[in-house]
Design a protein around this ligand. Sequence first.
Ligand code: ATP
Length: 253
Amino acid sequence: MSDTVFAQTAAEARGVSKIYGSGDSATTALNNVDLQIGAGSLTAIMGPSGSGKSTLMHVFAGLDNATHGTVSIGDTDITHLDDNALTVLRRRKLGFVFQAFNLVPTLSVLGNVTLPFELDGRKPTAAELSWVRELLGRLGLGMLEARRPHELSGGQQQRVAIARALAMRPQLIFADEPTGNLDSRSSREVLTLLRDLTREYQQTVVLVTHDPVAASHADRVIFIADGAIARDVVGRSDAKTLSDIILSLEVTA
Ligand SMILES: Nc1ncnc2c1ncn2[C@@H]1O[C@H](COP(=O)(O)OP(=O)(O)OP(=O)(O)O)[C@@H](O)[C@H]1O
């Protein structure tokens, strides 16, 4: 079920299947998935528990190998990259935001956001540092760069994690339940921010979520059921519509 709604493709899965185990204990987590993620879009992935959302994200991020099919990030077919090449690709071309923030408690906000450069074995250039400071300002963290994570609210910590994910200007950001630990006001702020980033910086974001309110911020919602794309809803949808689709998939699961 591919589409050409967005002019450019940031990532693509072609005929991707993932089978865990073998013989009687084999589980087909993904079954022949074709999916193009449009550049500069916010795409949500929803689906019942065990439907294959995490597996799809892991296969896209090169954290897990597809059993069949190919996955591309930008122009790079990652299917046959070795572990070293995948690690470098993940560091430079992908950003991750998780429910648990995963900030380093001993580092300041600035230290956390520039960590991807340290992990890449170098210091940020002057231009990169200026980009990081622009990001911190844009995310409302400009005055907080010397603080440690424990001196920030949950919403502020998640914004630091988003700044860190954006620091190396990755082609694609994966956000896995990024608002799972936030109250509704901070959640709304973080989701609005992710959406705004796609507009302002043509950033591509893939959001994996159970929450129809979170998915209602997306430009497109992909529903996975039994390892396959069950629905592909292009355009913004309200939370009630998304919730009804999820319920119908759970009933038929
Ligand atoms: N390492 C693994 N070994 C065996 N089976 C696995 C493994 N990882 C996932 N699975 C199975 O693959 C299927 C898809 O799992 P996946 O974690 O992708 O679902 P999900 O949609 O992310 O679920 P949830 O919403 O509960 O996190 C499930 O049946 C799961 O039990």
